[in-house]
Design a protein around this ligand. Structure first.
Ligand code: CA
Length: 227
């Protein structure tokens, strides 16, 4: 099946060459020109890879990347026109997989895209989500427990999905605030604790040990595989 690529690029000439090259190499490309359209397209059907221009009229590719990274590990390549932008891509730990500076050859972009997709295919297929008693469905933004859908609020879902995608990894409260409540900057520290408490109660109700979410004193929370 053809890999689906989401392309955010506001300059028509650049978009055209990329569209032409990627399509002729067998990729299925959805082209958008604005941040809002990129987010809509991502929400409707997450692609296999995203190519994001940094500077677009209604915002920048970084914002799109941040939103995508809240729920998805899909490979992201930035298109950048300036050195300062490269510094930001490398410095912000946005979780980008690669970047290409303009002007670039579309063949080069194609080669990078292929290499990244090969790499991500070689990654073990989500050992995390399968090992846990929970199944994460990122497309539908749902989590199932033994086939049963968990009734979660938006933030409960984002919190559990974040932990689920990186089991054993300890997330500090500050990290979780950033990853889960990034769009609600006034959130207090105790919000994380309160949501963990709610999640544990729901997990217990669904028959999962509440120990699945572990508390690490003075460090934060992690998802255990052995619970
Ligand atoms: Ca641009």
């Amino acid at each position: 099946m053809a890999h689906r690529i989401l392309l955010l690029e506001d300059e028509q000439a650049i978009a055209d060459t990329l569209l032409y090259t990627l399509t002729s190499e067998g990729f299925e490309v959805q082209h958008v020109r604005r941040v809002c359209d990129a987010l809509t397209a991502f929400a409707a059907q997450p692609p296999d890879l995203a190519i994001l221009d940094v500077g677009v009229p209604d915002g920048n590719g970084f914002d799109v990347c941040r939103v995508i990274r809240k729920t998805s590990e899909l490979p992201i390549v930035f298109l950048t026109a300036r050195n300062e932008e490269i510094d930001r891509i490398l410095g912000l730990e946005l979780g980008a997989d690669d970047y290409v500076s303009k002007p670039f050859s579309p063949r080069e972009v194609c080669a990078r895209v292929r290499a990244i997709l090969r790499r991500s295919a070689a990654r073990p297929a989500a050992p995390a989500t399968e090992a846990a008693p929970l199944q994460l469905d990122e497309t539908a933004q749902r989590i199932r427990c033994a086939g049963q859908l968990l009734a979660l609020t938006r933030y409960e879902y984002l919190l559990l999905a974040t932990l689920l995608k990186r089991p054993q990894r300890i997330f500090s409260r500050a990290e979780l605030m950033d990853l889960v409540w990034g769009d609600a900057p006034d959130t207090a520290d105790r919000t994380v604790d309160a949501h963990v408490k709610l999640l544990r109660a729901k997990l217990r109700e669904a028959g999962v040990s509440a120990e699945l979410i572990q508390t690490h004193r003075n460090m934060g929370y992690s998802l255990s595989l052995s619970a």
